[in-house]
Write a protein that binds this ligand. Structure first.
Ligand SMILES: Cc1cc2nc3c(=O)[nH]c(=O)nc-3n(C[C@H](O)[C@H](O)[C@H](O)COP(=O)(O)OP(=O)(O)OC[C@H]3O[C@@H](n4cnc5c(N)ncnc54)[C@H](O)[C@@H]3O)c2cc1C
Length: 267
């Protein structure tokens, strides 16, 4: 990536005004992924002076500022308390501390990367995104939108509900992208399942969720049926890391295992 002008924003309004001015301007998060791009940016807009790197809990919501580095997510006591700490647990498995000190939650969400290990946990925790211009939108809706956003992500907001969670990243080597990642949460009697790095981006396994949430009891038969649905109804693909068939099999195995672990309180 080539940057012609670097602008340190003095406010969100200033950043937005610069962003609107040119289609070749972009917000820069940690810049860790952007630097691989061959794009020439007329202007890179830096939000690092705006205090958007805090994790705050208020009124039943944990708000993670968009410039929060993944390392702060990994070590956050507030985030470790909700849903068995699946978000810190997932963040901790992304490359090494050096990268996690640079890469931000904002860049991870707005990038909508297929390989992302954070989108699944965020989907399962029903995260909402606070944009400067648009206001709040659910992550699920944002991920369905096509194309690049021309707004500024201010924070990622998670309801701080009492719930339990399970996260598994299946990978060939410690520093690699996932072959598949599997997230499950349960709160207020409702179970959510997300499958990511399929290799396409994370989605909720709606049919499997319907099996669980439509049943009185998550007994062995229901769990078995839900795991089969997750493998059957979610679309998987081939790439150099794994075949579609292998990913399907992994989905069945880990959804089943995760559900049993949640039911037995073993996460
Ligand atoms: C070598 C390497 C290996 C990686 N491995 C993994 C992995 O195994 N699992 C995983 O989940 N992730 C992985 N990642 C991705 C990483 O976790 C981050 O998601 C990625 O670096 C993007 O975060 P960033 O802060 O660097 O964003 P940037 O590169 O700065 O930005 C990414 C995109 O988001 C936009 N953007 C950033 N912030 C905002 C904002 N506030 N508002 C609007 N737009 C914004 C930028 O304009 C750009 O389009 C890897 C990254 C690298 C470099």
């Amino acid at each position: 990536m080539k940057i012609q002008n670097f602008h340190k924003a003095s406010s969100l309004a200033d950043a937005y005004e610069r962003l609107e001015r040119s289609s070749d301007a972009a917000i820069i998060g940690g810049g860790a992924w952007m630097k691989f791009s061959s794009r020439t940016l007329e202007e890179a807009i830096d939000l690092s002076g705006l205090g958007l790197d805090a994790i705050d809990e208020r009124d039943g919501v944990v708000a993670i500022g968009s410039m929060t580095p993944l390392r702060d997510i990994e070590t956050s006591d507030v985030l470790k308390r909700i849903f068995n700490g699946i978000l810190p647990h997932a963040a901790a498995q992304i490359v090494g501390v050096g990268l996690r000190n640079i890469a931000t939650i904002g860049g991870s969400v707005v990038g909508k990367y297929g390989f992302s290990d954070l989108l699944g946990p965020l989907l399962c925790m029903d995260a909402r995104l606070e944009f400067f211009k648009e206001g709040e939108v659910s992550l699920a809706e944002f991920l369905e939108r096509k194309g690049r956003t021309d707004d500024i992500l201010v924070s990622v907001n998670i309801p701080s509900k009492a719930g339990c969670g399970y996260f598994k990243k299946v990978r060939k080597t410690a520093l690699d992208f996932a072959v598949l990642n599997i997230t499950i949460t349960k709160t207020d009697g409702q179970t959510r399942i997300a499958l990511g790095s399929r290799p396409a981006r994370a989605v909720l396994a709606m049919d499997a969720m319907a099996v669980l949430n439509g049943s009185v009891d998550n007994d062995e038969t229901t769990i078995e049926k839900a795991a089969e649905k997750a493998a059957e109804a979610v679309r998987f693909g081939d790439n150099h890391r794994a075949s579609e068939a292998y990913r399907k099999h992994l989905a069945y195995v880990y959804v089943r295992r995760g559900l049993f672990m949640l039911e037995e309180g073993r996460t």
